[in-house]
Design a protein around this ligand. Structure first.
Ligand SMILES: Cc1ncc(COP(=O)(O)O)c(C=O)c1O
Ligand SMILES: N[C@@H](CCOP(=O)(O)O)C(=O)O
Length: 463
């Protein structure tokens, strides 16, 4: 299986090379050349299987011939052995026909662990086999960073540099990153927004001389290695509710569009998904795009679901590539518009294709709080603010349809202030994080300046 860039100019790469590259050399994102197809019988056979076995079967459809099966099996077994729930990603019914898919049982309490525990081991495996080291960079609004740092800490093959927007994460999220003192971990608090962090990370990849000199690799969902691991829980969740003999729908709290794109990929591989619903907070560029056909960046608005305070939704580029019939030139035109004027029009046929697969809804701050309070009162279930955005949007799509799965993307204890303000309940951190507030922090504050970040990385990386 080869992987192609959404911008059509970079060479096609193997699974391992696409994973190490992160972003393609033409600025695009990698996608499999074709979507593997699963038969009804193959999907039905996932029922009752351990999560790691399903992960192995799905991921190997992309990595076979590149990562040996025995090695992949070892990687997924170790990755999902770190989760504290035997089902890894269990589901809970919160009201008739509406379920939450709990993705927060990993080491850092967010859905990012599902992919990051796989990605760190897979990268380590490839680098070790090749006798190489890499410099990992990532931009985070809070959760990607903590999950990546936890997964890569102490690894000899990698140095990891995570950029977070200074003062715009929850205290728990920041401390989960900055209290990790391993020598290969470097935290940068950037004077800017998440979009600024992400734009610098993309800028580092697009500076080819720098990229090659430090052997740069990325861990944001621009990396196909992230998306591939997230496809798995769409299958396990749907099968546990009766797929492939029955359709299910998913509502996904969305920022960078990686998580919901994994759902789209599952559908392209044969999973009978009825609706994929994009749920956003006030940073509603995706909802506006679906409604108007114009993707237009506004300023980022801080909310109580800070991990979704994103305007430039990177993985939407993958969907655009699909929707324009995999025409890299058309994607380049749209991305040039984004760079030059902060927006572009989605061609009519592509918009129709996107609308046929996706719906979108937005939740304001008041409704997010009310959803947390109401769900606790009615179902005894405590939501984190991101999941609450999804649950609120999902509720307007419940009537008479397929069972609805709302993705629970973070544990409420990651956002204690927002949860307490809405519900009066202060969720406790699990025992392994109980002393988080007492641990010493280490991070450096940098200006929103790519040159400053390059110098910082160059003087610290061992790659
Ligand atoms: C808790 C939480 N929910 C939802 C999202 C949005 O996911 P995505 O960026 O894949 O759309 C994020 C960040 O990515 C997150 O950290
Ligand atoms: N919400 C994310 C933002 C980065 O998203 P990614 O999935 O592309 O890594 C975060 O928590 O950092």
């Amino acid at each position: 299986m080869q992987f192609v860039s959404t911008r059509g100019l970079a060479p096609a790469l193997s699974f391992s090379d696409a994973m190490l590259a992160g972003l393609a050399s033409d600025g695009g994102l990698y996608l499999p050349e074709t979507w593997p197809q699963l038969s009804t019988a193959e999907i039905a056979a996932y029922a009752g299987k351990p999560y790691a076995e399903v992960a192995f079967d799905i991921i190997r459809r992309f990595s076979a011939g590149d990562i040996p099966d025995a090695d992949l099996h070892e990687i997924v077994t170790a990755a999902y052995g770190t989760f504290r729930h035997p089902s890894v990603t269990p589901i809970v019914e919160i009201e008739p026909n509406h379920f939450v898919l709990e993705l927060f049982h990993g080491p850092t309490l967010a859905f990012k662990d599902v992919a990051m525990q796989f990605l760190a081991r897979a990268m380590d495996h490839v680098l070790t086999r090749r006798g190489l080291r890499a410099t990992i960079v990532g931009a985070t609004s809070g959760d990607t960073g903590s999950a990546a740092i936890e997964a890569f800490r102490g690894r000899d093959t990698t140095d990891i540099f995570i950029l977070h927007p200074r003062g715009r994460t929850s205290d728990v999220q920041r401390r989960q990153m900055t209290t990790v003192l391993d020598a290969n971990v470097h935290n940068i608090a950037l004077e800017g927004t998440f979009d600024d962090c992400q734009s610098i990370v993309k800028g580092l990849f697009n500076n080819h001389r720098f990229r090659d000199s430090v052997r740069l690799s990325g861990v944001n969902s621009i990396n196909w290695g992230r998306i591939v691991a997230q496809i798995v829980y769409y299958f396990t969740a749907a099968v546990s509710l009766g797929a492939p003999h029955r359709q299910v729908s998913f509502t996904v709290p969305t920022g960078n569009f990686g998580d919901i794109f994994a759902g789209y990929a599952a559908k392209r591989m044969g999973l009978p998904i009825d609706r994929l619903i994009i749920a956003t907070n006030a940073n509603d560029i995706l909802k506006r795009t679906l409604a108007s056909g114009r993707y237009q960046v506004n300023g980022v608005e801080p909310t109580i679901s800070p991990s979704m305070d994103i305007q430039i939704s990177s993985n939407f580029e993958r969907l655009l590539f699909e929707a324009v019939g995999r025409d890299g030139a058309a994607v380049r035109t749209m991305m040039d518009g984004l760079k030059q004027s902060g927006g572009f029009a989605v061609p009519e046929a592509a918009l129709a294709a996107i609308r046929a697969e996706f719906a979108a809804g937005t939740t304001d701050e008041r409704a997010t709080g009310a959803t947390m309070a109401g769900t606790l009162a009615d179902s005894g279930y405590l939501l984190d603010p991101h999941t609450a955005v999804g649950v609120h949007v999902a509720r307007s799509h419940l009537a008479g349809g397929a069972p609805m799965l709302s993705l629970a993307t973070a544990h409420p204890a990651k956002f204690p202030a927002a949860v307490k303000a809405a519900t009066g309940v202060e969720p406790a951190l699990p025992v392994w994080l109980a002393d988080l507030n007492e641990r010493p922090e280490r991070f450096d504050v940098l200006a929103n300046d790519q040159g400053a970040v390059e110098t910082y990385i160059k003087t610290r990386t061992r790659a």
